[in-house]
Unconditional design. Sequence first.
Length: 572
Amino acid sequence: MQTSTIIHQPDTNQIPALTQQRRFSPLLFLFVMECAFLLLAAVLPLRGLWFYNAFLETPLGSWMLWPTHLIFPGYAVLPPTPGHSGPLPSLALSWNETFALLGTFILLFLFYTLAVRFLPSCISRRYILISTALFGITCTLIPALASQDLFSYIAYARIGVLYHLNPLTTLPITIAKDPIYPYLYWVHQPSAYGPTWAIITCGLQWLALLFGSTNIFTMVLLLRVFNLAMHLGSVFLVWSISGHLQRPYPFISLRRRVQATLAFAWNPFLLFEACINAHNDTTILFLVLLALWFLVSRIHSAAPQAYLLSAATLALAACLKITFVLLAPGLLLFLWAQQPRRLYLIIATAALYVAVIILLYAPFWQHGAILDLFQVSPAISRDVNTPYEFLSYLYINIEHIHLAHPTPETGFPVEILSHKISTALFLFVYGLLCSRALLAPESIRTLPSLFRWLALVWLLYCLIGTPWFWPWYSITFFGIYALIEVTSKRKWQFSGFLLVPLTARLFAFCMLSLYCFLTLALRITVLSQLPHFQWAYFRGLWVWIWIVPVLALHLYRHLPFMQRQYLQRQKL
């Protein structure tokens, strides 16, 4: 008896269609994302948003306003200098422009989410890097800023290079005659950043002088381009780290690598902060990922150099912002968890970390004057963009407490109390995480568990550890999260209840859309029942609203299991 074998031949009519679709989809998403960023370039300079002029009085700044004049003809745009601000725009116009900004953010994230869903199977690393560079260049040329921190970076760089003063201890008011001074808000406090950032910004200012330029616009452009390079470097590190992890974790497929890298590279929030606001947290993220790259790329040989290089790089990050010392214990606990345990290597790693910090701070120490920052920094006593701010100002308005601050850096007693509560709460939770890793080394022995520990620590710091919070503080979380997305076996697994993909997308959207609460409309509109309570204070709740749908979905997914458990108990 003969048996016949039926061989299913592929439909030759479908192959060209699939090939054409693979070629068409990347170009389509590239086009719509670029259009969305051009729309953002048109919306941000609208005067009703009350943001800041990035290009000041330069011909390029006027030329880059063409998207705004094209899409919003007749609308007022940002003034070139703070002194020429003129009358406030109407409240109704400011509300319309705020909704236009929110709509642009929604459109960006819609295209971004669809691209992450459909593109990974038909793109390469080269496509990701080139497309990200294109979006970054577009954002770099946007003539508006949503934060004044960029001007502070330039001021401290000019203090160090042009005036030959200590950029970490000199107050900006010392250079009151400098052209950058009118653009500064914090003029009575020294730099909040460490020697790593001082060296970088002074280096960029020296580079500008090398080409014969002392104007502010050159530094604005240099800082934006530098942060774009840092973002692209982080994209490459995410790709490289995930590649090194494929050998110990074979379940990491090419598609998984591409998806995680694309989700990180195209994240509108990260591009906004890197190429428009040019916040130095983008550089911090690069250093953190570089430290993890040293660890991952050499971990198979168990070479001590891997841990020492990682510790030195984390020290550089801590010398940019001191709060990042919170991540260093993760490396030491990871070392402690390895078998066989090498105490000498743990001691050497900790000693190198401390030594790098001391060596970098020593030239700027100035007999301890660098510590004056802790007496005047608003981060020590003020509340902003957190539930602490919402509750503090709600209490202040209910109790009819006078709202005048002696200085912008001085907080109300209720704000100072919130700082004490947040510090105690975070230290307790942080201590629990460290104790668990110390007593149960298997919980942090693997690289994926180290990634989760670092991400959770930084997320908890942003959530409960600081009443003074700005969206760019969360940048580091997204870089570590990209590695978590690559190494998570189950789609929904991350620290118990946080659903990884959904959490990251919602979190990033909330961080970016927080800028809608900083516009003029929400800052001058108050509740009728509380005449001094601005609508902007609801940003403290909005910034963490993403937790609600995440928890709801988690409970929904576990509801059948809980019902079965309940029925079993009833039978017993």
